[in-house]
Design a protein. Structure first.
Length: 279
């Protein structure tokens, strides 16, 4: 009889942490497993048929990308338990070649965010936004931008067991050095709370949402990962080298990078119009 209890979930959490999975990945996996447990109730036995029913439930309530990520988390938990026969396939969906216009942060909007932050004397937030957008770094990697990295002009970043170098442009480095001098930051992460701890995702997310309203930018467009998308689109538009871009972003698979280089829907339509094939 296959039943899931909280002790097994907690053991799995420790296993993931020992495997050096990022904290964000671990929390997502555990959250997705608990969502399944909550859906099925306490008394049901886990079976392939039950998981297929759950998959159908997810398809009716979530986007395809969310469904697949939740199923991946569940499948890996089942594999950990030795329940391989309970694993299910993901949902197949054709990859969209363009991104929704309502979600794409434009260069002008990015500039408004930075200008508004500086006008409101929020230099730390302005520099966080510039650092993510200017390097393509993940929000979880921001702590690797240290006083030492600023001095060297490059940050050595570790994510998912792999190391890569993030280079700081001359202008970004100059601004970060000035910020470090003004705030007496001589070592360790540049972006910290008043108590000295590195800012985390929730801190930055909250600050950016407040800033978006002050800047008059749609809050749905303003979140840290969208800055990374802006970097990727801008880089690809200028250099057209998706393989080098994949290295910069830390992607093992170039297909992941393709998601970042999607054009906006209006650009896609403009390209079709430019073909002039309807007489």
């Amino acid at each position: 009889m296959r039943h899931i209890n909280m002790k097994e979930i907690e053991h799995y959490r420790r296993e993931l942490l020992e495997a050096e999975k990022s904290k964000a990945t671990v929390e997502k996996y555990i959250r997705d497993i608990r969502t399944f447990v909550q859906w099925m109730g306490n008394d049901q036995t886990v079976s392939k048929d039950l998981v297929i029913q759950y998959k159908q439930y997810l398809k009716e309530h979530y986007k395809v990308s969310s469904v697949n990520s939740m199923l991946v988390a569940l499948n890996r938990f089942f594999q950990y338990l030795g329940w391989n026969e309970c694993c299910v396939k993901g949902v197949k969906a054709q990859q969209q070649m363009f991104s929704p216009e309502s979600r794409e942060l434009k260069q002008q909007e990015y500039e408004k965010l930075v200008e508004t932050a500086r006008r409101k004397k929020k230099e730390q937030l302005a520099l966080i936004i510039e650092s993510i957008t200017g390097t393509g770094i993940r929000i979880s990697e921001l702590a690797y931008i240290t006083a030492e990295a600023v001095t060297q002009g490059k940050a050595e970043v570790s994510c998912k067991g792999k190391w890569r170098l993030i280079y700081l442009t001359k202008e970004l480095r100059k601004r970060l050095m000035k910020y470090c001098r003004q705030n007496n930051i001589k070592e360790g992460p540049v972006f910290c709370t008043r108590s000295g701890r590195p800012l985390d995702r929730s801190n930055i997310w909250s600050m950016m949402k407040k800033l978006s309203k002050a800047a008059g930018v749609n809050p749905d467009k303003v979140f840290p990962h969208n800055l990374r998308h802006l970097f990727a689109r801008t880089y690809y538009k200028k250099h057209k080298d998706i393989f080098y871009l994949a290295d910069i972003l830390g992607h093992a698979n170039v297909n992941t990078t393709r998601i970042y280089t999607r054009t906006a829907e209006e650009n896609h339509i403009r390209m079709l119009e430019g073909l002039k094939l309807v007489i």
